[in-house]
Design a protein. Sequence first.
Lengths: 299, 441
Amino acid sequence: MLKVEHVTKYYGDFKAVDDLSFTVKPGEIFGLLGVNGAGKTTTFRMIMGLLEPTDGSITLDEKKIDYSVTDTIGFLTEERSLLTKMTVKEQAFFYGTLKGMENDNIEKRLNELLEKFGIIEYKNKKIKELSKGNQQKVQFIIAILNEPKLLILDEPFSGLDPFNVELFKKEITEMSEKGSMIIFSSHRMEHVELFCKKLAIILKGKSVLSGYLKDIKEDYQKKNIFVKGDITKDELIKIDGVVDVIEKADELEVKIANRDIVPQVFSKIKNKKNITKFVVEEPSLNEIFVSKVGESYEK
Amino acid sequence: MKSKLNFLIGVSLKRKVKTKWFVLANLLIAIIIVAAMNIDSIITLFGGDFNKKTTIYVVDETKESFDIFKKQIEAPNSLIGETESDYIVKQYEGTSKKAVKILEKKEEKDNVVVHFKKDATKTLDVTITTKEFLSTSDYTVLNNAIQNTKVNLSILSSQIPVDQLNAMYEQIDIKRVVLDKNKKSEEESMDMIMTTAFPILILPFFMLTMFLVQMIGAEVNDEKTTRGMEIIISNVSPKTHFFAKVIAGNLFVLVQGVLLVVYAILGFALRGVIGSNQIPGGAFDNITSVIKTVLSSGIGEKLIYIIPLTLLLMVLTFIAYSLLAGILASMTTNIEDFQQLQTPIMIISLVGYYLATMAGVFNGSLFIKILSFVPFISAILAPSLLMLGQIGIFEIVLAIAIVIGTIFLLIKYGLRIYKVGILNYSSSGLWKKMFKAIKDK
């Protein structure tokens, strides 16, 4: 289990991470969310042992993370971390050997993953000659080459088309099912929602929300009601507790302050004609994120 | 399991050596070195002849100048160790007009006609005729010989007794005494020779230093700018990475150095096969002179310890340069910044190079002796002063000790900078970060 306990990191006088705590158990996918500069990369660097926390501790299976355990960790950085003058094969052998893998094992695993991601023909091509999407695939393949016990994915879907996003999701899910601990960071909340049962939202290095996604959504008071029928936005906005009404293509999205408002909205529309939809939904993670972070989120 | 240090060294070295650019660059270097060492043969191939002597046709109307003039011209130049004159002096029996016509022949175009006539007031009236311009050295030789001829004629006309005259012409046996027992009189000519030949001997060291600094800087920056550094450093410690770069850089220098020696041997071998026509005063001539002078001065016996100590000093200096290059490269965020930061290293190395080539000019001043202990330049300056006899073995050993001390400091404090620098991507507050890194253990 990965344990991040009361970790604080200062750069000079600047506090980059402030008393951050979370745990990731084997088989769990943990989402670490935050706007740019929130402290995600610093946290990842501390987990990888690249930076020493000013305070607090980080352990993997009760042991401090050092070079004796980094062979069991996979890391995909937000920026491309590939040596672009190397071929895909050279790159895999370079990072694979640094992870303590034997040549036979690297070759076998590389072929298997290149086949899986449909880029086996690029094995002997230089990385700089590949498209952005294919470079991202190579980066992902190299991060999981050693079948890591702990996998850190910082924006893994960057530059990928929807088809390849699905391929990545499938592989990440399979790794989680095999018992890997995965920490996941993305600006795309729909991706985080799909994967992460557990997450933390950090703002200016401090955790503003953390826990299981299900609990977070349930605890979040605001809900959304989707209505389709002969009723106008003006009629709904007058109801006490209705925060906002958004007109969509053929329906209205009614944002309410809490679950208690649902009966009032229902009583208002029940006598209206042609009501074909009335659905109460949990808010999206994006809404919760924007609300908690308190500023507009750039998709 | 493979050693990660050895693996990183191997990868670094392979990235540098196993490229078509390395092969191409070495092919060019080999051609240049072999060609430079056989430049006289190449020039000969295109019609030049360094062994061809200049014929001086003398039209002597005075009937007494020719013999004296001939003696003056053909006298061996003992000062520069020459035993044979570069001129043939022939008396022309015809008129000067006819003599001049000889020069119009193609094979005679480089020859000279000297016309001696009597002059009532100045003893001699001399005309030198050539087809083209006369070189400065040829003109000096002719001028000196003519002046001496005039003096000799004047002495003869003053009717000095033969015995006295012979005594006047007799070669003086000059005895040379040097009070400093550590100095040998034969070493005196080293100054002149070192100034011309030493730059060629130390040029490879200077070149290899540049290769070393460039290689380490480019590699560290490549890994930093591609962010590959984060993955590398998450698997090997910065210390391992740093030493891998330093060792790989020095191994590369060793490979390149050996190749330079091989090219030089090839050049020598080719010289042996095709023969040589040494350019008087040329680079090859000077190097040969250095070797001869070194052997004749007795320094040759000292070479048994001078060479190993000099090589040790050079190896240690390469290590110091590579450590410095690694540290500076870790602080920069791209290769352009590194190129700017390496300029001072280049200047230091260049200053060392020029001081070493001009060491003789400083005539053993305290300033130049102190500079010979300064790390980074001591490797070329100290051996130069040692060859000139301006410093001794003790000073060389001291210079080695200072470089070792510098290496220790570079490892101790430089490694702290390297650890912080390689994961730093911002140039803001750079020096503050680096000074903080030095303070933090």
